[in-house]
Design a protein around this ligand. Structure first.
Ligand SMILES: C/C=C/C(=O)SCCNC(=O)CCNC(=O)[C@H](O)C(C)(C)COP(=O)(O)OP(=O)(O)OC[C@H]1O[C@@H](n2cnc3c(N)ncnc32)[C@H](O)[C@@H]1OP(=O)(O)O
Length: 128
């Protein structure tokens, strides 16, 4: 069975980089890196290294205060390569139109980013 992993993180004001508290798209790739690391530890007992992304799509804006759930799974296992697909979804949003502390849990998560990439665990580091 292919491994899966998930992390959920709140975007902070430190993550906001552009006008209107918009978060840098690279932040989603940072989350995918952490998901990839967990997938590699589960699969190989090693953190591995990210070799490259084949596809990255930013599908909706992310703002400070949003809760982002990043999920990933290994979709192909090579000699030392592990191909993965990732998705980041917004699950909670601030409702500053109501009050500065109001937030909503979304009934339907909003997919904000999708990616496909490949990591490498050198043969001599594979522990499983
Ligand atoms: C979990 C996240 C961690 C991070 O974010 S780490 C920080 C960012 N990443 C790095 O700093 C990594 C820097 N790059 C490297 O150190 C090396 O560069 C690699 C270790 C990634 C690869 O080096 P080598 O093992 O010598 O490469 P090869 O022998 O040519 O290929 C090994 C396997 O990896 C596949 N591969 C290599 N590059 C790519 C690529 N760009 N996209 C897709 N696949 C790639 C190959 O096909 C092969 O696969 P097959 O072993 O299964 O036959």
């Amino acid at each position: 069975m292919m491994e899966k992993a998930m992390i959920r993180v709140r975007m902070s004001m430190h993550d906001a980089h552009y006008g209107g508290n918009l978060v840098d798209g690279a932040k989603m790739l940072q989350l995918f890196g952490d998901v990839a690391t967990e997938l590699l530890i589960r699969h190989d007992g090693d953190e591995g290294l990210f070799a490259g992304y084949e596809e990255v799509e930013f599908l909706a804006p992310v703002y400070a205060g949003d809760y982002i759930e990043a999920v990933g799974e290994i979709i192909k296992v090579g000699n030392s390569s592990r191909k993965m697909k990732f998705e980041a979804r917004k699950v909670i949003v601030p409702r500053t139109d109501i009050s500065e502390s109001a937030c909503d849990v979304l009934e339907e998560p909003i997919v904000v980013c999708r990616a496909v990439g490949t990591c490498v665990v050198p043969k001599d580091k594979q522990r499983k």
